[in-house]
Design a protein around this ligand. Structure first.
Ligand code: TXA
Ligand code: MG
Length: 369
């Protein structure tokens, strides 16, 4: 007798973006199914914004808390009718300047059309017009608004390649559209324009400095501000920002210490582990996620050889590269089964604010000098 299967695994197709895969995606979305697709920021898990069934499937596939609202994605040139009740004047300014692009705007929700499941019961709705070629192709081809959170299992780093999506959601969703690696690598900047004071609820590729040129009084939400630690006393306004996120399984220590201290710490960790376990020093797997400059410094006294993994975030002067690589780096830490990971704190200037926001959330400990 055959044993009943524990859960019915779906076959997950991974397809390049072409007329055939777009037609399949449209068919699935209109039937209340979910489809993963690339954007310029990260891969999204899409459902038709007006399909209660599709929305339910998103939360189910991701294991996402249902109070965490979704972003509605629209095609270039699409109208926001049936999504936003009204478009605030300041939103028009930012839409003109930054759409299509990695900027999400919070507006009053069109209650007659947008289901409350999309917004976790909020009176507002998050909207974005992505610039990534894959997302644009899908949205234009389908001609429907698509709600999409990042296509990761809730809590894991957001996916920046189709393979990352497959790792997390393989067997749970029918289709992944593969558009190669995402350019920005971090999720979109979220701006709330529904209150008197315009606020950045989540830093991203469109930086505070860029926004200030058009809306001078815009500021970071106090809930995401802060030197380096997540201040539990101030609750962030975007529901999703209150969750611990992106953390690798190993103990991630985020630090701005110079290379000399890293060398000392790594040697100490290794000798402590060998004393405790009385075994070979290699039984504790130490890894580093750092700039090329830091990796070169660590290499000099042979410390890098003691590490199980050296994961590069590119050069210090090119924070856009670090943004693009960060989530993949955090996933690699798990693949290499690292026990202890040292991560290099970047400057918070420009896109550095977004990098540090995600890195802090992923870390278990911070050593800031
Ligand atoms: O770049 C992105 O924005 C990616 C790609 C796929 O477009 N999407 C993404 O979605 O990052 P997700 O669901 O992982 O993050 C959405 C964030 C959450 O923190 C959520 O709480 C917040 O947006 N959000 C959504 N609607 C909101 C609203 N009405 N008010 C405040 N925050 C909202
Ligand atoms: Mg997410």
């Amino acid at each position: 007798m055959q044993r009943p299967e524990k859960s019915e695994a779906l076959e997950t197709k991974v397809m390049k973006i072409c007329p055939e895969s777009l037609a399949l995606a449209k068919e699935l979305l209109l039937a209340g199914q979910v489809v993963a697709f690339p954007t310029e920021t990260v891969y999204g898990l899409g459902a038709w914004a007006y399909s209660a069934e599709g929305i339910r499937r998103i939360y189910e596939a991701k294991g996402r808390p249902s109070d965490n609202p979704l972003i509605v994605h629209v095609a270039p040139g699409a109208s926001l009718e049936g999504i936003a009740e009204e478009i605030p004047q300041r939103a028009e300014v930012l839409m003109d300047r930054f759409w299509p692009g990695p900027l999400t705007l919070i507006m009053p929700r069109d209650k007659d059309h947008i289901p409350s499941e999309v917004t976790g019961g909020l009176e507002t709705v998050a909207i974005r017009m992505p610039s990534g070629a894959g997302a644009r192709a899908l949205l234009s081809f389908c001609g429907i608004p698509v709600v999409a959170p990042s296509a990761n299992t809730s809590g894991r780093p957001s996916p920046t390649t189709a393979l990352h999506v497959l790792e997390d959601l393989g067997g749970k969703i029918p289709l992944i559209l593969d558009g190669g690696p995402c350019e920005v690598g971090l999720e979109s900047t979220i701006v709330d324009l529904t209150e008197e004071k315009p606020l950045v609820l989540r830093p991203g590729g469109i930086t505070l400095e860029m926004l200030k040129r058009w809306i001078p009084d815009i500021d970071l939400d106090p809930g995401v501000k802060g030197a380096i630690s997540v201040d539990a006393k101030v609750v962030p306004k975007a529901p999703g920002m209150k969750y611990r996120h992106y953390a690798p399984k190993g103990h991630l220590i985020l630090t701005n210490a110079p290379a000399e201290r890293w060398k000392q710490w790594i040697r100490e960790d290794l000798s402590r582990a060998s004393e405790e376990q009385g075994k070979d020093k290699t039984t504790v797997r130490i890894g580093v996620i750092a700039s090329n400059e830091m990796l070169e410094d660590l290499e000099q006294e042979g410390v890098l050889k003691l590490c199980h993994a050296a994961i590069s975030l590119g050069y210090v002067k090119e924070p856009e590269m670090a943004a693009q690589l960060l989530f993949g780096a955090l996933r690699q830490a798990d693949e290499k089964e690292l026990d202890i990971i040292y991560g290099e704190a970047f400057s918070r200037e420009g896109v550095g604010e977004a990098i540090m926001n995600r890195f802090v959330k992923a870390s278990a400990e911070q050593r800031i000098l």
